[in-house]
Design a protein. Structure first.
Ligand code: XMP
Length: 507
């Protein structure tokens, strides 16, 4: 494996994903975390950072000790830190350099094998290396900086630095450089594949769970489905899945999802708790209050069901890597904007041990493992859907009637996206029922009905998003389809806000 030491860069996860894409396993650790050198550890990558190496108390690691053990690659801040630690000079650049630059190769080296003489790279830095330490050599330059890539020439293991970000899309040959580092320099075996992950995880789960039982809440989403399938491959029907209909799922989703679970051999019980949810949601208009009601009721319903499974000792969860990476916060803690992930607290009340088979995977890796396990593509490529479901897409109070109305409208929207081939281009889509009525005319009749907003976004991780530029004709057809078929809605609008400053959901 490879260890990526994180100094707080926004791109650290991209480094990890690029490493995993090369079928090499890696972990991200905060730069100050201790770790052991063992025979599996093949190399270390130092990330970028919003800090400057010249600040007092700038984050620091013992690179000299690392290269006694394994090869090291410093990226951006990681490169500057390395240069400075060995006696080089790093200063504020005359001109801050952001965005595209052209790297000019100065020397052939293992790191640059197969890289063009001139190659586009992506810069994002305000300091630069003005002078390299002795026994360091320049491998590449750009028009504005003398040291874009360097190497230490006299160490036990190779030490490299790149001033640019090889991990981002716009460094066109960056992935190849990372590949060279991982495979040609560190000697990584490239045996981290979806199939090997599934096989090892199932073996491990068998060992950990033994002859005990596991309970698990399933949501119909990709993560919980893949996690449950791995567990089920290990222990069969000793996995007890529970899927709750909270009344704010999509139209027909409860039945369809249960059907899919059955087809992949999962032992899942469906619980219809709609009435309970509608009753508790009555009168609640504040988004956070609605989230709390749904989160709490879900735990109550699940708890009641779980108590019936007396033999359960474990609780399965679909936690994935981005949920557990310890992030380095060099400029204060980040702020919680909405109270996401509201189904915590379960293991404590039930005294269960957690089982999280996807803890080390990124979302795209979860999908690949899911396909490897034979889960239908439809299930794997589903858009994300929030835990509180349509409740946060019905602005204001949620009632059964409104839920039905939105389910209908959303059904036509998603169906059209799929039929016209837009579903997979969009990261997430949904309809929002606004608490606004307006006047319309149908035949000779005046109507006074609800307004529906359509939302579709493109995104990589949901943190930032742009509105999808769906064709006008498509929007026109969907609008007609909805207004003609869904009684109670006489006006459709399309949301053209990006995130930030808007969010994906309206509540
Ligand atoms: P926002 O609206 O914050 O949404 O841009 C980002 C992503 O998170 C989902 N989301 C939620 N998921 N519980 C969840 O499980 C929630 O309360 C919640 N609120 C938003 C949203 O659907 C999008 O994918």
């Amino acid at each position: 494996r490879i260890i990526i030491l994180d100094f707080g860069s926004q791109y650290t996860q991209l480094i990890a994903r690029a490493v995993r894409e090369a079928n090499v396993y890696c972990d991200i650790l905060p730069y100050h975390k201790n770790f052991a050198f063992d025979e599996n550890l093949k190399g270390i990558i130092l990330s970028g950072s919003p800090c400057s190496v010249n600040e007092t108390d700038a984050p620091n690691v013992d690179v000299a000790a690392f290269i006694e053990q394994v090869p090291v690659l410093g990226v951006c801040y990681g490169a500057q830190l390395t240069a400075k630690l060995f006696g080089g000079r790093v200063d504020k650049s005359d001109k801050r350099e952001y965005g595209r630059a052209q790297m000019n190769k100065q020397k052939e080296d293992k790191l640059l094998t197969g890289i063009s003489q001139k190659s586009q790279v992506w810069m994002s830095h305000s300091d630069s290396i003005k002078q390299l330490p002795v026994n360091f050599e320049i491998l590449a330059t750009t028009e504005s900086i003398p040291v874009a890539a360097f190497k230490k020439t006299d160490s036990t293991h190779p030490l490299y630095g790149l001033q640019f970000h090889p991990e981002v899309y716009h460094s066109t040959e960056g992935k190849k450089m990372l590949f060279n580092f991982l495979v040609n320099i560190c000697g990584c075996a490239q045996d981290w594949t979806p199939a090997s992950f599934a096989e090892e995880t199932i073996t491990q789960l068998k060992k950990t769970i033994g002859d005990k039982h596991v309970i698990m809440a399933l949501s119909g989403g990709v993560d919980s489905t893949v996690a449950a399938t791995l567990i089920s491959h290990a222990i069969g029907d000793r996995l007890h899945g529970i899927f709750v209909d909270n009344g704010v799922l999509r139209k027909g989703e409860f039945e369809q999802v249960l059907e899919t679970y059955k087809s992949i051999g999962l032992n899942v019980k469906g619980i219809n708790a709609k009435e309970l949810f509608y009753k508790e949601l009555a009168g609640k208009t504040d988004p956070e209050a609605k989230r709390k009601v749904i989160g709490k009721l879900f735990i109550d319903v699940f708890h009641e069901e779980a108590l019936k499974i007396k033999e359960a000792s474990f609780l399965g969860q679909g936690t994935i890597y981005p949920d557990v990476i310890e992030s380095v916060s060099v400029h204060g803690p980040s702020v919680t904007i909405k109270s996401h992930h509201n189904v915590g607290g379960l293991p404590d009340i039930m005294n269960l041990q957690l089982i999280e088979p996807l803890r080390s995977l990124f979302k795209d890796e979860v999908r690949r493992v899911g396909l490897e396990l034979g889960i239908p593509r439809d299930m794997i490529n589903r858009h994300p859907f929030p835990g509180p479901g349509l409740a946060i897409r019905i602005l204001g109070e949620v009632t059964e009637e409104k839920a039905k109305l939105l389910q209908e409208a959303d059904y036509y929207y998603i169906k059209a996206l799929k039929e016209k081939g837009h579903y997979d281009e969009v990261w997430q889509a949904g309809a929002i029922l606004l608490p606004v009525k307006s006047v319309g005319v149908m035949g000779d009749e005046r109507t006074y009905e609800y307004t529906l907003a359509l939302r579709a976004v493109t995104s990589v991780d949901g943190m930032t998003a742009d509105w999808s530029h769906l064709p006008y004709e498509f929007l026109a057809d969907v609008s007609n389809e909805i207004i003609n078929n869904v009684r109670g809605i006489n006006r459709v609008v399309y949301d053209i806000s990006s995130k930030p400053p808007a969010t994906i959901e309206w509540e």
